[in-house]
Write a protein of this length. Sequence first.
Length: 197
Amino acid sequence: MCAQARHDDAVGLPLTDAARLTALDDALALWRGEVGGDLGDAPAADALRAASARLRDALRRERARTLDATGRAADAVPAWRALHDAQPYDDEAAAGLLASLRAAGRTSDALAVFAAHRARLRDDLGSSPGPALVAAHAALLREDAPVAGRVRIGLRSAPTPLIGRDGDLAAVATLLAEARIVTILGAGGLGKTRLAQ
């Protein structure tokens, strides 16, 4: 399956995201038991197990990326979380988890994942996250709220028509033709501001 997918990509017949996801799920479903378990302690068994683990990890990462690419961030979060839990020092898995959480609208969870990852690297390895993960974290911190969900403050709604104020409007228009400033006086709540608009 992997060889077929590589061949199709190489000759310009890439899979659609849905077909790619199906192929990845099918490939991962074929995994049964421990690879090379029947070889015992043979030298080839270790090499086979290592190659198998790398391939399975690559399939899982590609599946998580494909879920993200198809807009299924909520489904990608557990996939990236499983990868991150299996390899807790891996910046790529942490970055994938941050991106999926961000796309799912869970920015605070993404910030918490970064903080925990940074602390784990510092405490266990005396290291810090790589530049790509730090840049992803900085983007999270700079991110504005989504435009669709933002409540605009300080903007007026469109004015409604003035009913029964035609005489007042005409008087204000006449006065403005003669002078640069017109003052409208009256008790509170009579609509002076609306008339001036």
